[in-house]
Design a protein around this ligand. Sequence first.
Ligand code: SF4
Length: 312
Amino acid sequence: MKNKIKVGIPRGLLYFKYNVLWTSFLEEMGCEIMISPESNKQILEKGAQHSIDESCLSAKIYIGHVDWLRDKVDYLFVPSIASYSKNTQTCSKFYAMPDIVRNTFRDIKVITYKLDIANGKNERDGFIKFGMSINNNLLKVINAYKKAKKKQLEYEKDQHINQDKLLEHTSKLKILIVSHPYNIHDKIIGYPIKEYLNKLDVEVIYADKVNKPKSIEASRNISTDLYWTYNQEIIGALDLYKSKVDGAIFLTTFPCGPDSLVNDLCIRKVKEIPCAYILIDELQGEAGIQTRLESFVDIVLTKKIKNCKKTD
Ligand code: SF4
């Protein structure tokens, strides 16, 4: 029997956005998939060792995941995603990542697809080209993409429907985390924050579990000039949810250029709810963050009580 191709997927960056699409497609193509474990201290240390100092913490962690996988798989799956429309783009890390990985680890075989609408490269064609490099049965590749895309869209829909239901029914204090999915859902970046907020009896609401087309549209209420798609999605979530939550926490990693600009803009423009800003770096201690979360939750609670008294 022919051995299956073993493909590694680093559990970092866009894995947290596209895991359903990627794993479903590769499974349909008959590949064996290995996903690196949840981030941990060793992965972070390895990532930092192999990255340039100027790289953001999120990208360093991604490189740590690549390092964890590199001697365990035949190929590493590292997509290049540059733009979703003519006038928008992603952070440069997302389109440069296949090159960064190849240049960092010369022994790795990278497989990739390109999405760059501004330059005529759509997702479907990207997947077909990529799929044909694994199996030259065109029909099989097209069907694999269709099935995987359907699953991804269903998954995204379930996420925002479930979160909307939660927002309607919970009686807890609601705090929106305005952050990229690879930050808030990463075990060492965002997980300790959501865990601590849960301990404080807070319902955590996520900016990435939003209806994406609606959030892109809503982002224009905050900025019409912004062209980083992923930042549009999360600030659009802030605009859509601001009347439904009691406070917002901007969570970002050091030194993220897009976030530093966009978060500052939001904090100045969104006056309706209390906002806090948390910047995570490699040396971050948990105790300091917990104290800040406690005082922020106190502020949010006090404001909520005051507002309730006013409406009584
Ligand atoms: S948007 Fe910021 S956190 Fe995300 S990859 Fe780019 S620099 Fe890093």
